[in-house]
Design a protein around this ligand. Structure first.
Ligand code: SAH
Length: 309
């Protein structure tokens, strides 16, 4: 309760909690390879593609900016292209154009499925989902499906990521979210999307190698407002609560009481609930002692598990 929240924006090295920093573990994907350069180029393109011109008929989509509300836009994450041959540069440019194009198509599909919050659609258009996948699966990054990320876990389906964030944002403050919590970081994709619609994002993962994977996936994106924690998300983060929004990326039979207690009054929690048959539930905290629950739609998530692994 006494630990003061860190100031935002945070430096990149502070994206992980101190416990994991001292572990000295390094994920194997931080090694610079031509692939890394291609990925960086794609991300640069994602940032520079944040053009104000309307796309896929969403005329009111705000130009997406890969920076949290209220913080200055970081200018340069440029790949040192001077060291690359012309052929490499051309290859990277076309790779990034391809990923930009398929990402726009993905967002158009999500909009067609009913997600209408332009800030959410813009955030989905800005985050390079392929950078969160194993290279072997990157070509499938923009299909509307959950895909394996190892350890029997999955990166969530793009539609459901967008839908959950849209529901969380539909609050009494016009979508303003100061502090949000995600349970189940996985590869870090949803945390990256959240970082564009909330001022501070906290995300907890119970599987250590996935926590490390998210850390290495997020590093090249230079996201300043995400804090990753390794631990049991069912306990939440009482030291930083209350949260304006909480999203669970794994399904339990019920929403843990600790998470309900850590919601701000007026806060919204979105969670898959159930085992074989799961539904998306919205829980709103309306007073110190009162919560309401609304069932939204069927969904399918990996199970929420207690403890750490
Ligand atoms: N947010 C991810 C989805 C990851 S899948 C995305 O962007 O696609 C759900 C994740 O929840 C898994 O990595 C799983 O390990 C994690 N998880 C399950 N129970 C948990 C718990 N009690 N605390 C923290 N993470 C949990």
């Amino acid at each position: 309760m006494t630990e003061a929240p860190k100031r935002f924006p945070l430096t990149l090295s502070s994206v992980v909690d101190s416990k994991s920093k001292s572990s000295g573990q390094r994920a194997n994907r931080v090694v610079a390879t031509p692939q890394t350069a291609t990925r960086n180029a794609a991300y640069d393109s994602a940032k520079s593609s944040l053009s104000p011109k309307p796309s896929f008929g969403l005329s009111s989509v705000k130009p997406p900016v890969f920076s949290p509300p209220g913080t200055p836009v970081r200018q340069s994450n440029a790949v040192p292209t001077t060291n690359l041959s012309n052929q490499q540069q051309t290859g990277e440019r076309s790779a990034s154009l391809v990923s930009e194009g398929v990402r726009k198509a993905m967002v158009a599909r999500i909009a067609k499925q009913g997600v209408s919050d332009v800030s959410v659609l813009a955030a989905m258009a800005a985050v390079p989902r392929h950078m969160f996948m194993e290279p072997g699966l990157a070509s499938q990054a923009y299909i509307d499906a959950s895909l394996p990320i190892g350890h029997h876990q999955t990166i969530s389906q793009p539609y459901i990521v967008a839908r959950m964030i849209e529901v969380m944002r539909d609050n009494q403050h016009g979508g303003v979210l100061n502090r949000v919590l995600e349970i189940g970081t996985g590869c870090g994709y949803q945390a990256a999307v959240l970082s564009l619609v909330a001022k501070e994002v906290y995300s907890i993962e119970r599987i250590k190698p996935l926590h490390e994977l998210a850390r290495s996936n997020l590093r090249p994106l230079r996201v300043a407002n995400i804090r990753l924690h390794y631990g049991d998300g069912m306990l939440g983060l009482p030291q930083v609560a209350p949260f304006d929004g909480i999203i669970l990326a794994a399904a339990g039979l019920e929403v843990p009481q600790a998470l309900l207690d850590q919601m701000a009054i007026g806060g919204r929690l979105v969670a898959p609930v159930g085992s074989r048959h799961q539904v998306l539930q919205l829980i709103q905290r309306i007073s110190k002692f009162d919560w309401t629950s609304t069932t939204l739609e069927d969904c399918h998530f990996v199970p929420l598990r207690a403890g750490i692994a």
